[in-house]
Design a protein around this ligand. Sequence first.
Ligand code: 5GP
Length: 190
Amino acid sequence: MPLFIISLPALMEKIKINDKTFAPYLRNNRIQAEIQRLASEINERHRGKKIAFLPVLSGSFLFFADLVKHIELDFEVHFVKYKSYIGTDTTGKVQKLLSPPANLNNRVAVIVEDIVDTGNTLKSIIPDVENAQPDELNICTLLLKPEKYDAFYPVNFIGFEIENDFVVGYGLDYDEAGRGLQHIYKLSNN
Ligand code: 5GP
Protein backbone atom coordinates (compact mmCIF):
# COMPACT_ATOMS: atom_id res chain seq x y z
CA MET A 1 0.00 0.00 0.00
CA PRO A 2 1.69 3.28 -1.07
CA LEU A 3 2.08 5.88 1.59
CA PHE A 4 0.89 9.36 0.57
CA ILE A 5 2.52 12.20 2.38
CA ILE A 6 0.58 15.43 2.21
CA SER A 7 2.99 18.30 2.65
CA LEU A 8 1.44 21.36 4.22
CA PRO A 9 2.90 24.76 3.25
CA ALA A 10 5.61 25.68 5.72
CA LEU A 11 4.48 28.35 8.15
CA MET A 12 6.19 31.63 7.45
CA GLU A 13 8.01 32.92 10.45
CA LYS A 14 10.57 35.60 11.14
CA ILE A 15 14.09 34.56 10.22
CA LYS A 16 17.55 35.73 11.20
CA ILE A 17 20.35 36.27 8.69
CA ASN A 18 23.68 37.21 10.26
CA ASP A 19 22.91 40.21 12.50
CA LYS A 20 19.46 41.07 11.11
CA THR A 21 15.87 39.85 11.50
CA PHE A 22 13.51 39.59 8.52
CA ALA A 23 9.71 39.25 8.54
CA PRO A 24 7.62 37.32 5.96
CA TYR A 25 6.52 39.54 3.08
CA LEU A 26 5.61 37.75 -0.20
CA ARG A 27 4.82 34.05 -0.32
CA ASN A 28 6.16 31.96 -3.16
CA ASN A 29 2.67 31.12 -4.49
CA ARG A 30 1.87 34.84 -4.87
CA ILE A 31 5.23 35.38 -6.57
CA GLN A 32 4.52 32.54 -9.03
CA ALA A 33 1.06 33.96 -9.86
CA GLU A 34 2.56 37.37 -10.71
CA ILE A 35 5.31 35.73 -12.77
CA GLN A 36 2.68 33.96 -14.89
CA ARG A 37 0.93 37.29 -15.44
CA LEU A 38 4.23 38.95 -16.44
CA ALA A 39 5.05 36.15 -18.90
CA SER A 40 1.57 36.45 -20.49
CA GLU A 41 2.08 40.20 -20.90
CA ILE A 42 5.45 39.63 -22.59
CA ASN A 43 4.00 36.88 -24.81
CA GLU A 44 1.10 39.09 -25.92
CA ARG A 45 3.14 42.21 -26.51
CA HIS A 46 5.90 40.52 -28.53
CA ARG A 47 4.10 37.70 -30.35
CA GLY A 48 6.10 36.72 -33.49
CA LYS A 49 9.24 38.64 -32.43
CA LYS A 50 12.60 37.36 -31.23
CA ILE A 51 13.55 38.30 -27.68
CA ALA A 52 17.02 38.78 -26.21
CA PHE A 53 16.60 38.45 -22.44
CA LEU A 54 19.27 40.20 -20.38
CA PRO A 55 18.85 38.91 -16.81
CA VAL A 56 20.89 40.92 -14.30
CA LEU A 57 23.00 38.67 -12.08
CA SER A 58 22.99 37.63 -9.43
CA GLY A 59 19.61 38.54 -7.90
CA SER A 60 17.39 37.73 -10.89
CA PHE A 61 18.47 34.11 -11.41
CA LEU A 62 15.46 32.43 -9.74
CA PHE A 63 12.93 34.93 -11.06
CA PHE A 64 14.28 34.56 -14.60
CA ALA A 65 14.29 30.75 -14.45
CA ASP A 66 10.62 30.74 -13.37
CA LEU A 67 9.65 33.46 -15.88
CA VAL A 68 11.00 31.70 -18.97
CA LYS A 69 9.06 28.54 -18.16
CA HIS A 70 5.97 30.51 -19.29
CA ILE A 71 7.49 32.32 -22.30
CA GLU A 72 6.10 31.08 -25.62
CA LEU A 73 8.38 33.19 -27.86
CA ASP A 74 11.70 32.53 -29.54
CA PHE A 75 14.36 33.85 -27.17
CA GLU A 76 18.07 34.18 -26.44
CA VAL A 77 19.64 34.63 -23.01
CA HIS A 78 22.56 36.96 -22.30
CA PHE A 79 23.31 37.29 -18.59
CA VAL A 80 24.76 40.62 -17.50
CA LYS A 81 26.23 41.52 -14.13
CA TYR A 82 26.17 44.99 -12.57
CA LYS A 83 26.60 45.46 -8.85
CA SER A 84 25.76 48.39 -6.56
CA TYR A 85 24.65 47.07 -3.16
CA ILE A 86 26.83 46.24 -0.15
CA GLY A 87 24.90 44.97 2.89
CA THR A 88 21.55 46.77 3.03
CA ASP A 89 22.72 50.00 1.35
CA THR A 90 23.30 51.07 -2.21
CA THR A 91 26.85 52.30 -2.80
CA GLY A 92 25.65 54.69 -5.51
CA LYS A 93 28.51 53.44 -7.68
CA VAL A 94 27.74 50.69 -10.16
CA GLN A 95 30.44 48.17 -11.09
CA LYS A 96 30.11 46.48 -14.48
CA LEU A 97 31.19 42.85 -14.17
CA LEU A 98 29.61 41.26 -17.27
CA SER A 99 28.51 43.36 -20.28
CA PRO A 100 25.72 42.81 -22.81
CA PRO A 101 26.60 41.57 -26.32
CA ALA A 102 27.79 44.19 -28.82
CA ASN A 103 25.01 43.49 -31.33
CA LEU A 104 21.31 42.97 -30.60
CA ASN A 105 19.95 43.83 -34.05
CA ASN A 106 16.58 42.32 -35.04
CA ARG A 107 15.72 41.45 -31.46
CA VAL A 108 13.63 42.96 -28.68
CA ALA A 109 15.97 43.38 -25.69
CA VAL A 110 14.31 42.74 -22.31
CA ILE A 111 16.40 43.59 -19.24
CA VAL A 112 15.26 41.34 -16.37
CA GLU A 113 15.87 42.78 -12.89
CA ASP A 114 15.08 41.26 -9.49
CA ILE A 115 14.42 44.71 -8.04
CA VAL A 116 14.55 48.31 -9.21
CA ASP A 117 15.35 50.62 -6.33
CA THR A 118 16.97 54.00 -7.19
CA GLY A 119 17.41 53.01 -10.84
CA ASN A 120 21.20 53.58 -10.70
CA THR A 121 21.90 50.10 -12.01
CA LEU A 122 19.50 50.61 -14.93
CA LYS A 123 21.22 53.93 -15.69
CA SER A 124 24.42 51.96 -16.31
CA ILE A 125 22.86 49.05 -18.19
CA ILE A 126 20.49 50.91 -20.54
CA PRO A 127 23.14 52.85 -22.54
CA ASP A 128 25.16 49.65 -22.98
CA VAL A 129 22.10 47.83 -24.34
CA GLU A 130 21.09 50.79 -26.54
CA ASN A 131 24.59 50.72 -28.07
CA ALA A 132 23.85 47.17 -29.23
CA GLN A 133 20.91 48.61 -31.28
CA PRO A 134 18.02 46.24 -30.50
CA ASP A 135 14.71 46.88 -32.33
CA GLU A 136 13.16 47.79 -28.98
CA LEU A 137 14.23 47.86 -25.33
CA ASN A 138 11.97 46.84 -22.43
CA ILE A 139 12.53 46.55 -18.69
CA CYS A 140 10.99 43.73 -16.64
CA THR A 141 11.36 43.60 -12.87
CA LEU A 142 9.92 41.38 -10.17
CA LEU A 143 9.96 44.20 -7.59
CA LEU A 144 9.92 48.00 -7.89
CA LYS A 145 10.28 50.61 -5.15
CA PRO A 146 8.27 53.44 -6.77
CA GLU A 147 9.09 56.01 -4.08
CA LYS A 148 12.81 55.65 -4.75
CA TYR A 149 12.80 55.16 -8.50
CA ASP A 150 13.17 58.45 -10.37
CA ALA A 151 11.34 56.95 -13.39
CA PHE A 152 13.93 58.20 -15.90
CA TYR A 153 13.00 55.22 -18.10
CA PRO A 154 9.66 53.35 -18.24
CA VAL A 155 9.53 49.95 -16.53
CA ASN A 156 7.29 47.93 -18.85
CA PHE A 157 6.66 44.76 -16.84
CA ILE A 158 6.37 44.98 -13.03
CA GLY A 159 5.65 42.07 -10.66
CA PHE A 160 5.07 43.98 -7.39
CA GLU A 161 5.41 47.60 -6.34
CA ILE A 162 6.79 47.57 -2.78
CA GLU A 163 7.64 50.05 -0.03
CA ASN A 164 11.17 51.20 0.74
CA ASP A 165 12.01 48.13 2.82
CA PHE A 166 15.14 46.07 2.30
CA VAL A 167 14.05 42.60 1.14
CA VAL A 168 15.74 39.19 0.87
CA GLY A 169 14.92 35.77 -0.51
CA TYR A 170 13.92 34.29 -3.85
CA GLY A 171 17.29 35.27 -5.36
CA LEU A 172 17.81 38.50 -3.41
CA ASP A 173 20.64 38.50 -0.89
CA TYR A 174 21.84 40.16 2.27
CA ASP A 175 25.61 40.12 1.80
CA GLU A 176 25.31 36.96 -0.33
CA ALA A 177 23.13 35.16 2.24
CA GLY A 178 19.42 34.33 1.85
CA ARG A 179 19.25 33.92 -1.94
CA GLY A 180 17.82 30.38 -1.69
CA LEU A 181 14.80 31.28 0.46
CA GLN A 182 11.63 30.44 -1.48
CA HIS A 183 9.63 33.36 -0.08
CA ILE A 184 10.56 37.06 0.12
CA TYR A 185 11.17 38.62 3.56
CA LYS A 186 11.60 42.24 4.62
CA LEU A 187 13.95 43.77 7.17
CA SER A 188 12.32 43.99 10.57
CA ASN A 189 13.27 46.15 13.58
CA ASN A 190 12.95 43.34 16.09
P1 5GP B 1 19.26 50.32 -7.88
O1 5GP B 1 20.50 50.46 -8.69
O2 5GP B 1 17.97 50.40 -8.65
O3 5GP B 1 19.25 51.27 -6.70
O4 5GP B 1 19.30 48.90 -7.21
C1 5GP B 1 19.29 47.78 -7.99
C2 5GP B 1 20.05 46.63 -7.37
O5 5GP B 1 20.30 46.84 -5.98
C3 5GP B 1 19.22 45.40 -7.46
O6 5GP B 1 19.47 44.69 -8.65
C4 5GP B 1 19.64 44.64 -6.21
O7 5GP B 1 20.80 43.89 -6.51
C5 5GP B 1 20.00 45.70 -5.22
N1 5GP B 1 18.88 46.00 -4.32
C6 5GP B 1 18.08 47.11 -4.32
N2 5GP B 1 17.16 47.05 -3.34
C7 5GP B 1 17.35 45.87 -2.71
C8 5GP B 1 16.68 45.20 -1.63
O8 5GP B 1 15.70 45.67 -1.01
N3 5GP B 1 17.17 43.97 -1.28
C9 5GP B 1 18.24 43.40 -1.91
N4 5GP B 1 18.62 42.19 -1.47
N5 5GP B 1 18.88 43.99 -2.94
C10 5GP B 1 18.44 45.20 -3.34
